[in-house]
Design a binder for this molecule. Sequence first.
Ligand SMILES: Nc1ncnc2c1ncn2[C@@H]1O[C@H](COP(=O)(O)OP(=O)(O)OP(=O)(O)O)[C@@H](O)[C@H]1O
Ligand SMILES: [Mg+2]
Length: 491
Amino acid sequence: MSELVGAIDQGTSSTRFMIFDGDGAVVAMDQQEHSQIFPRPGWVEHDPVEIWERTTSVIERALAGAGITVSELAAVGITNQRETTVLWDRKTGEPVANAIVWQDTRTADLCTELAGEAGVERYRSRTGLPLATYFSGPKVRWLLDTHDLGDRARRGELAFGTIDSWLAWNLTGLHVTDVTNASRTLLMDLVTTTWDSDLALEIGVPTHILPEIVSSVGEIGECHGPLEGVPLAAMLGDQQAALFGQACFAPGEAKNTYGTGNFMLMNTGNQPVTSGSGLLSTVGYRVGGQETVYALEGSIAVTGSLIHWLRDNLGIITTAEDVEDLAASVEDNGDVYFVPAFSGLFAPYWRPDARGVIVGLTRFANKGHIARAALEAAAYQSADVLQAMTTDSGVELSELRVDGGMTTNGALMQFQADLLGVDVVRPVVAETTALGAAYGAGLAVGVWPGLDEIRGLWAEDTRWSPQMPDGERARLHARWRRAVERSLDWA
Ligand SMILES: Nc1ncnc2c1ncn2[C@@H]1O[C@H](COP(=O)(O)OP(=O)(O)OP(=O)(O)O)[C@@H](O)[C@H]1O
Ligand SMILES: [Mg+2]
């Protein structure tokens, strides 16, 4: 049997197709960005048809570039930006509107209305989630209401899915979602891992339009089109895929991914742990018919996308990498702090009323300080989340596994280690999101016999150890907390 496994990584900013060999090494890869559509302040959309076209294109280009034919792939996995909501016509396969992206805040009023007197925690015991604009359920309701589609939905003419479902539908014709993606809808019971019809009724989503929930790892169906004949054998939300790709298979093991946003997940074993500190309880993964593995998650909406904002909206850098030199042009942050609450603040604050602020400006400050503050914001937000994680789990991490595009920035990773007071460790394959989906698919078809073999493939590349004195760490973090206060109560 071939040992090559493919992974579609459909992210917020771009789509990748990657091919890995039996050692978990990258054999081929192609990547393309797609349009970010901002119709109004706070609204973020993607075109689902464009996403499918990009997906087809990166698959074809990666295969052609490496001289590999589809028949050489043992299996393929999908990993995806989570919560982003697509509604399409079952007959024609046409989306009824653009996808509403996870960062979009248009459902703020709807969420307030749904929360009512019971408040935003009303669904936490059933779903593990606070009622927030982040999640899919209210986005579906918004689409149905706005486009007057309630009747068509009730007649079963429409299908809802997050991006995993949308891609699986286009590849296999099946209407499925995996349990990790389903756990982000506010519609799934976290313990039974089935749709909760009471929740669906309350949020206003007819159950007819919901996909079938499947395990994250296991043969789902056969692909057509660009992956003709290849088994689709894994689907995982991108952050859960990174947890899998970092081989965090034991309770207490955690990773932090630095992409468009930052997402820290800790494996909590076969029980969901309820957070009292602003984290989410979510499904980590489920392998075939085995017990579900849960995770605690700290989601941060804006980290890497702030560097893109410096590039695209301020124009003070021309490529994301340029931020390194600009930030290094100043000695320190000059007491400037940037709280990038562009979609409100997610974990651990959950404040939809927050908006972005830059504080501490004086005549001394320059664009170097702003670049520095933008980078440091990723580290400060991660430190807030790690504190919450320690409180909720009772686990003191001895080191933090990291991955994602921002981890190429060594100065940032050193600052992160300094701020956390624990070692920060990056593995050889930093594309852990795609790797996790490939591991899942390969596991399902027998490329890897079990999780132990996958764990054995994890290899350390770089380690950053804390060098900052405790007093300085505490001083900086206290300044950051004051800056966060300045961002609240604006929208
Ligand atoms: N040298 C750098 N320093 C800091 N940030 C960087 C650097 N290079 C890239 N980035 C940031 O890293 C991010 C890209 O990371 P990554 O490739 O992991 O994201 P992604 O997987 O494409 O995101 P998504 O999955 O959300 O589409 C970009 O937002 C970019 O601004
Ligand atoms: Mg990604």
